[in-house]
Ligand binder design. Sequence first.
Ligand SMILES: [Zn+2]
Length: 469
Amino acid sequence: MLHFVTSTRWTAASMAALLFLTVLSMTMDCRAQSVKAETPMAADPQIAAALQQVSAQRIQANIEKLVSFGTRLTLSAQDPASIAAGHGIGAAREWIKSEFERYSKDCGGCLEVKSDSFIEEPADRIPKATEITNVYAVLKSTDAENAKRIVLVTGHYDSRNSDTFDVNGDAPGANDDGSGTAVSLECARVLSKLKFPGTIVFLTVAGEEQGLNGSHHFAKMAKDQGWIVEAALNNDIVGGDKSAEQDHSVVRVFSEGVPTAATEQDLRRIRGLGGESDSGSRQVARYVAEVGRSYDVGVKPMLVFRLDRYLRGGDHYSFNEQGFSAVRFTEFREDFNHQHQNVRTENGIEYGDTPKFVDFDYVAHVARLNAATLASLAAAPAPPANVHVLAKDLENDSTLTWEVSPGGRATDYEVVWRATTSPEWEHAQRVGNVSRVTMKLSKDNVIFAVRALDAAGHRSLPIVPVPAR
Ligand SMILES: [Zn+2]
């Protein structure tokens, strides 16, 4: 077995030697003085150039267009006459569809524009059976082997005012969630000019305000159809409300800790091994943080290790329920006078979710962070499969094994690790194109994960091993 002492910096010779290695197994000395700190992923120039195309002016125009439909309450009008008159959720839906179709025309038909319509039966906030339609565009993959891998961005295009049942009154929903809808649209526009081995879905859902109905239906469909959704990014209230206490340099990224979809067996393992901060969603959140350090997007992700804001919910939860990894982006500080409120002025205070309170540059920064994350994941190889840490014998070294990343794009693997008390990955070690490595570090003291890399350095999501006896 090869024994290998790592230096803090790879020399060209050691890199070449590593690339030349075809051994299936290695031993890595990772004692304190020789560890390699986690470095940001290298920015991909094509992705960086696409981010430059994100336009605050377009985002503003799209949010103002969404507001122009008067209300987008899920229960509001969707008959042909109202659609023709440009009023109600039906008109909003048709306009979103036409925007996606326009982007597709500009890229030679690279987007497949689709609707997911269903009838929601009466429920708490749905007085009578109501047709709900999600609208989405699929950026087709260029690699049949990787086409099944999906990354997704979503926002909800429905809105509400003070009364969840008011089908006629204005419900501008500029921030909640015209902003998230505009992020999905703008990501589709700029990323449709690039090609990726993975598939990207740009989604806009309805029914959020009535009970997450649209996202629930969509995530269940994805699960039933066997989609491999590696990450779902939900943008809801990313308008950067212009209140005095707002921090426009930060966007919150919420992620569940213990997975909603964990089985009893999963929960036993999580409790036993200290896996409470290692859900797939948490790995997506950490990936977003890495992307934020690698690309100049104009806003810093602030990870919040919690499913959502305190006692509140959103569409990412629908994906979590189906066992998919999903996170929520929300501005740093919400102004509750400007969401779920009838537009009015009372005692000199302006209420209502109108465009005047939205910071369009901020929405553009959040769109760039989303686009960079989607593109990085869609460009990356699939994560390694069946990652295990051997636990048959008691030993102070840690041996990790995995199956090669499916899809044939990985040329290298990296082991990452962190102290059990640390929020983000602290160290990374390239181990070559192998499927087994022994780390001179105790699995008692750190949390490990393995990720796949392609020749250009695109990184997959890391996979935390499960014990193998
Ligand atoms: Zn919302």
